[in-house]
Ligand binder design. Structure first.
Ligand SMILES: [Zn+2]
Length: 547
């Protein structure tokens, strides 16, 4: 029996399998876990040079794995020198004024970029036009992005910078809005909006590195030792060189599992990338696409019309014929897919494609994931486990929706108003999906919301807003347990990424990504979950953060 480099002892060790916490210890040698001991016996791994971390009643668990992020864009939004938050704007006029003030106080910024504008909170929900924004800033490009991250309102200078004219056709996956005279309005939706955010996120290499390092610093303090980075990256397409430099410098303290856009898929080059980034801190794990939008602006694709707008069922955000071809091609090549499906019809059509993929190419045990799963027809719930499709869900999105109450003015609009109570019963149906055997991954969708895992976990176990509404929880039958929520944030995400062989659980041979919280979440009251902090983060066997 050799001495370990590090031994972690505690009364509450959650190993990621979903079992209740136990008392015992973990021995770490190099990058990996050398032993996990239940009860007495860990002390035999302690030698004169062993670092011993005594955790007492604090919870010890695998590092969080955020199953759905856009950290490339999020890193920029976190930086106040780079952009400003529009969430507080109470009207169109106020949003425009905020842009002017930010522009005035940041004269050297090439772009004036505001994000998290939420017109659903405004009395008059009409978005600004390019002419509205031109009135306050016309000599620099201005981009105001909606909280859904799928819509921008920009000024004329921004349009010219991107090179769009009134003759430019809308892309297949988005809309360039024009008025009745065929003139550009300055509003761009879905795929048409991404050209602006891509163009904004292109400062110098040093600034870029600093912005990323700031974000990873925040992530290690939150105990996030892995994350999935899914397209749209919302910044330039290739963050890999920066991440690689960070790895060299030792600042890459979270593993990044990357999923570029399926539209860019090309078999040979993708296979080469996957081979190069197979099992290190940076891994290319599959492809991402969105096939519908969001409920609040009626772009989530539903089987039956919207309850609050019977004239529409929403629509897909891509040409489904073309997308299906791409998807089946990738499945044939054995590439896992992560597909954004929010409305019950988008959910079903994607399951149909996976089913066809299985019929054509057999059961391959690829880790396909459907993202968000906000509303599901009950008949489709058992299909996930049957087809081996994982679900990655974001409880905090649900809380934002609940903030809107029945007035339909939440950040995402009010789900219940949009889909009616019959369908709301099966909205964010985590309980039903777990009971039906689906593997659940939890994630944030940062920067749509923050990165804080505690907010997601609180949402999953309470289904209440941060101030405890509604009493008892929104459709409380869909709540999941603390064991299930933590398992989904660790093993579940690793499984969805196809990385569960070395990540997500505390067991001999696993990579030593371990965190210690300041309390035992299993004993915490709901409000105490929100106050819980990470005190130690260990990644690759190294302590990377200590409070
Ligand atoms: Zn997303």
């Amino acid at each position: 029996m050799s001495n370990a480099a590090m031994v972690i002892r505690g009364n509450a060790i959650f190993d990621g399998t979903g079992a209740k916490p136990f008392a015992g210890g973990i021995a770490v040698e190099g990058k990996r876990i050398a032993a996990v001991v239940k009860g007495e016996g860990i002390d035999r791994y302690i030698g004169p040079d062993t670092r011993v971390i005594d955790c007492g009643d604090r919870l010890v668990m695998p590092g969080f794995n955020d199953g759905h992020t856009h950290i490339t864009q999020g890193a920029f939004l976190e930086d106040p020198d780079f952009s400003f938050c529009l969430l507080e704007s109470g009207s169109r006029e106020e949003a425009i004024q905020m842009a002017k003030e930010y522009g005035d106080s940041h004269p050297d910024n090439e772009w004036v970029f505001g994000y998290m504008m939420n017109n659903l909170l405004w009395k008059d929900q009409t978005l600004p036009t390019c002419h509205d924004i031109d009135r306050v800033i016309s000599d620099r490009p201005v981009v105001l992005q909606l909280a859904d991250m799928h819509t921008v309102a920009v000024n004329t200078c921004a349009i010219e910078k991107i090179g769009i004219t009134k003759d430019t056709k809308s892309p297949a996956d988005g809309v360039i809005e024009k008025d009745e005279k065929g003139e550009l309005t300055g509003r761009f939706y879905d795929g048409a909006s991404f050209a602006f955010t891509d163009a904004i996120c292109s400062p110098s290499d040093e600034v870029y590195m600093q912005i990323y390092e700031n974000l990873f610093d925040k992530m290690k303090k939150l105990g996030i030792t892995s994350c999935s980075l899914v397209a749209p990256y919302g910044a330039h397409d290739d963050p890999l060189p920066y991440f690689e430099k960070m790895e060299e410098k030792g600042t890459l303290t979270s593993r990044v599992m990357m999923y570029p856009n399926i539209a860019e898929y090309e078999k040979e080059s993708f296979a080469a990338l996957q081979k190069k980034y197979a099992d290190g801190k940076l891994r290319i794990r599959g492809l991402k696409q969105l096939i519908d939008g969001v409920t609040s602006v009626f772009t989530a694709y539903l089987l039956e019309p919207y309850t609050n707008d019977p004239g529409t069922c929403g629509a897909t955000s891509v040409d489904m014929k073309e997308f299906k071809k791409q998807a089946l091609e990738a499945i044939k090549d054995g590439v896992p897919l992560r597909i954004h499906t929010i409305g019950d019809r988008a959910v079903r059509e994607m399951l149909d494609i996976f089913e066809e993929g299985e019929r054509l190419y057999g059961k391959q045990n690829l880790r396909h994931v459907q993202e968000h799963l906000e509303t599901i027809h009950p008949e489709d719930i058992p299909r996930f486990a049957k087809l081996g499709i994982c679900g990655c869900m974001q409880p905090w999105h649900m809380l934002f929706d609940l903030e809107g109450g029945d007035k339909g003015n939440g950040l995402y609009g009010d789900k219940e108003a949009a889909v009616g109570s019959q369908r709301a019963k099966h909205s964010w149906p985590m309980r039903e999906l777990l009971d039906a055997g689906m593997v659940l991954s939890l994630g944030s969708d940062f920067p749509v919301v923050g990165l804080e895992p505690m907010c997601e976990i609180y949402g999953a176990v309470t289904r209440q807003t941060f101030d405890g509404k509604p009493e008892g929880g929104w459709y409380p039958g869909q709540r999941i347990t603390m064991e299930e929520a933590l398992k989904a944030y660790t093993w579940g995400s690793a499984y969805a990424e196809g990385c569960e062989q070395d990540l997500g659980t505390l067991a001999e041979g696993m990579l030593a990504d371990i965190i210690v919280l300041d309390k035992n979440l299993f004993e915490a009251k709901p409000q105490e979950i929100l106050d819980t902090k990470v005190v130690t983060t260990i990644m690759d066997g190294q302590v990377v953060y200590e409070a």
